[in-house]
Design a protein around this ligand. Structure first.
Ligand SMILES: C[S@@+](CC[C@H](N)C(=O)[O-])C[C@H]1O[C@@H](n2cnc3c(N)ncnc32)[C@H](O)[C@@H]1O
Length: 265
């Protein structure tokens, strides 16, 4: 009860209205969170050069472990096809190729900059045989119905303009019985940890984002995480999009979760 009350207060924390914080945010030029596709694609293309470095920095290196956990759950010990949606610079696709060498993997993202970087990394890591990268929109995938046995999406769902449509599109390209694994930020339940987490999101990420990369983009990312983790029920969305046996697996005190579901259609 008490925990819930404090937790809600942190969610509703009116950080915009507190004078001191308001000044800090103005200094950092934190912008409200909008996720129109064209804006998101342009923003991700701008942050490509430092994207991997800042991911590892902001997550204290935990992002490697989170992606590996995701890939382990594929349990892909037979031949088949995997689609990694919102693949970015390809780290999930590479982790999957290393763990499950018989997979044929396609990584898709609508940011040309991200895909260019992913292709360069595939060559550097000599993984270009099993992994192919394509520019494409998660809301309008160019693949036929029932093409893939597995689908993954790491830190992508919250950036997609229409969550429901994105999940329905994944269900369309998966075979019946195919597995979807989503890795996303989630709600930290412990109020003390949640407060630290919000401070990390709202202060540290925009500040370091501004020092090393594009401040506006990192303010967007921090805002998108807070908004998504407070308001979005991923399991409910997956169930509505025709996935069954949907479950959430929280990692690192719930900072992120893996959402698993099996395609019905
Ligand atoms: C935070 S990054 C995650 C990248 C990668 N999966 C990872 O684990 O680091 C989000 C990615 O989603 C992509 N994205 C967002 N909306 C998309 C859409 N509608 N179609 C394709 N890619 C999209 C962005 O371009 C960006 O590369």
């Amino acid at each position: 009860m008490v925990f819930d009350g404090i937790s809600r207060a942190i969610d509703n924390l009116s950080i915009w209205e507190t004078d001191v914080l308001k000044n800090i945010f103005q200094m950092l030029r934190v912008n409200p969170y909008h996720r129109e596709s064209s804006r998101v694609a342009e923003m991700f293309s701008m942050i490509v050069p430092k994207y991997d470095f800042l991911n590892h920095l902001f997550s204290f290196g935990l992002d490697f472990w989170w992606r590996n956990k995701l890939v382990e759950l594929l349990a892909a010990n037979k031949r088949g096809a995997l689609l990694d949606i919102a693949t970015g610079t390809g780290d999930v696709a590479f982790a999957a190729a290393k763990k499950w060498p018989f997979l044929s993997i396609v990584g898709v993202d609508f940011s040309e900059g991200m895909i260019k970087r992913a292709r360069a990394k595939a060559l550097e890591q000599k993984l270009d045989k099993g992994v192919r990268f394509e520019v494409g929109d998660a809301l309008k995938l160019s693949y036929s119905n029932r093409t893939f046995d597995w689908a993954t999406m790491a830190f992508g769902l919250r950036n997609v303009e229409d969550y429901e449509a994105g999940l329905r599109e994944i269900a369309r390209v998966l075979k019946p019985g195919g597995k979807l694994l989503i890795l996303e930020f989630s709600r930290v339940k412990n109020p003390i940890l949640r407060l630290l987490y919000v401070a990390h999101l709202r202060l540290i990420i925009p500040l370091f984002g501004r020092i090393f990369s594009q401040g506006e983009a990192y303010s967007y990312l921090a805002g998108s995480i807070q908004d998504f983790t407070t308001h979005v029920d991923v399991c409910g969305l997956m169930t509505e999009a025709d996935f069954r046996d949907v479950r959430q697996i929280p990692l690192t005190f719930g900072v992120v979760s893996i959402y698993e579901g099996i395609c019905r259609v």
